[in-house]
Design a binder for this molecule. Structure first.
Ligand code: SAH
Ligand code: SF4
Ligand code: F3S
Length: 496
């Protein structure tokens, strides 16, 4: 897949920026999807800020409202249509520009519905035309005409767009777009196209730049990260050799060497592609977190076959056994769908069985949602809604009881956490995460933000742990005292 230069886009960004100069315009973005979708939103924010719009969370004061949509489940659609109803009044009152982009716009029936029931939008753009947003906006501003900019063919890999990130400590880096797997319930391959990997050089340079900017944690993103570069190898596309990267495992190793980065996470790998070299890289790279998100979807081999997942219950469990042997302190999280067409009570029991055996750190649970155009939608043996909900509740109960038990095991242990900032729910507390991605809150000074510290867990709650800083972090305390009392030359630290 060709990589395109963004010169034209940068020119259009400048044109819109000069139209907007001195007008104090604002944008509001609503991001409705997964982490890839969030990362796309950061690129949209980068473009809008370069075009002289500043960010607001308040829809009513925005001059430009952008929806970055998702269509993986039905509730995402309900959310969009609900919000569109709400923004209509701003369009009518002050001519707010309404742009709708993202995965859902790749679905023709949805764009048709928009044109019929919500015809007040200005721009519709898809996943393959995100980089065209400045051009589309320029045309709307100049010609006041509605723009539909959706492509059915796979978009190019885009490098060099501006980006405005949400966080100062943690950053997401998309390493590949698209998916080749066609799980029979899933819409993603239809709306994101085939797998296209970014060049190793571009990824590594982006991470190096993030490290220079002070970022500490990197999450590598893709629908199937452990098939990074696979499509390119199959097609004979060769990239410039860069730091020995020729697979996902070697990419992890290369990023592990970047100074300043302290933690590396990745989502999502596919169990069928989890090769030994990836397991070894996770084991060997001290910065790679030992939490592996390994989507199960169903514990029943029969259902997995119809889902087109290409592994059985035993293969999944054996993979976990192998990983546990190789990787000390391994923890696991997963995604599970209940109520896939044809799922029997016995099939569902298999899912519960895997959950009981693995004892996941976290389980993201979903009720099966029919997606137009997928094989699952055409299956006749759909599970009735009430049964889906009953199974969901049963799974949730099991997961919550396991999490409660695991939380108790954390109390009294020492954990390394990366302090991310002030807690959103309690400004007096700092918040951070363990290697296993558990939220920890603790008392402490702002100086600790962005630092890795050792804490002792003192109590547990369902969705977070409470910790206190350990005296081993004395270098941080000294640093803090030193900064507060710059005129004191010698700092005495008493350890009680
Ligand atoms: N590529 C990733 C994630 C894809 S979407 C993976 O393969 O794991 C995130 C999750 O949404 C999936 O793992 C799946 O559990 C869930 N999901 C996808 N399609 C769904 C559907 N039609 N109904 C319910 N859940 C779905
Ligand atoms: Fe969807 Fe399966 Fe691809 Fe994940 S691997 S995005 S679940 S088709
Ligand atoms: Fe949704 Fe698209 Fe992500 S469908 S889950 S936003 S790839």
């Amino acid at each position: 897949m060709a990589k395109i230069e963004v010169n034209k886009q940068l020119e259009d960004i400048k044109k819109v920026a000069s139209l907007n100069e001195g007008k104090n315009l604002k944008y509001c973005i609503l991001t409705m999807g997964c982490q890839l979708n969030e990362n796309d939103s950061e690129k949209l924010c980068g473009m809008m800020e370069s075009m002289n719009y500043s960010k607001t969370e308040n829809l009513s004061e925005a001059n430009l409202i952008v929806f970055n949509t998702c269509c993986v489940r039905e509730n995402a659609e309900d959310k969009l249509f609900g919000k569109l109803g709400e923004v209509k009044k701003y369009k009518e009152a002050k001519g707010t520009i309404i742009a709708i982009g993202g995965c859902m716009m790749q679905e023709k029936h949805i764009v048709d519905k928009l044109k019929q029931s919500y015809p007040f939008f200005d721009i519709v753009f898809g996943t393959h035309t995100l980089q065209e947003f400045p051009t589309d906006l320029y045309n709307v501003l100049c010609n006041k005409k509605r723009i539909e900019d959706v492509l059915d063919i796979d978009g190019d890999v885009i490098e060099g767009l501006p980006i405005s990130r949400d966080d100062k400590i943690k950053a997401s880096v998309t390493i590949m777009n698209g998916c080749n797997n066609f799980c029979s319930y899933c819409i993603v391959p239809y709306v994101r196209g085939r797998e296209r990997s970014r060049e190793p050089k571009d990824i590594i340079n982006e991470v190096k730049k993030l490290a220079e900017q002070g970022y500490k944690e990197i999450t590598l993103l893709g629908q199937n990260v452990n098939s990074y570069l696979r499509n390119e190898k199959e097609k004979g596309i060769e990239f410039e050799q860069y730091e020995g990267v020729n697979s996902f495992a070697t990419l992890l190793r290369a990023i592990n060497k970047i100074d300043g980065i302290e933690r590396i996470r990745f989502v999502s790998p596919h169990p069928k592609d989890f090769t030994d070299d990836v397991i070894e890289a996770i084991r060997d790279c001290e910065k790679v977190c030992k939490l592996v998100h390994l989507p199960l979807q169903s514990g029943s081999s029969e259902v997995l076959k119809v889902m087109n997942r290409k592994y059985t219950k035993d293969q999944y469990l054996n993979l976990i056994e192998k990983m546990k042997k190789e990787i000390p302190n391994l923890t696991l999280s997963t995604d599970i769908i209940v109520g896939f067409p044809g799922e029997t009570e016995e099939n569902f029991e298999d899912t519960l069985d895997v959950v009981s055996k693995v004892n996941f750190e976290q389980v993201y649970m979903f009720i099966y949602s029919r997606r137009v155009g997928t094989p699952g939608d055409k299956m006749e043996n759909q599970v009735p809604e009430n049964i889906k909900h009953k199974r969901f509740d049963k799974l949730k109960q099991l997961v919550e009881s396991q999490i409660a038990e695991r939380n108790k095991e954390y109390v009294g242990t020492v954990q390394k956490i990366l302090i991310e900032g002030r807690s959103k729910t309690n400004n007096n507390m700092l918040t951070g995460r363990t290697d296993s991605n558990k939220v920890v809150i603790l008392e402490g000074n702002d100086n600790l933000i962005g630092k890795m510290v050792e804490i002792k867990v003192i109590s547990e709650h369902m969705w977070y742990l409470k910790g206190e800083i350990k005296w081993q972090n004395i270098h941080l305390w000294c640093n803090t005292i030193y900064k507060l009392k710059k005129n004191i030359k010698i700092v005495f630290c008493f350890i009680v």
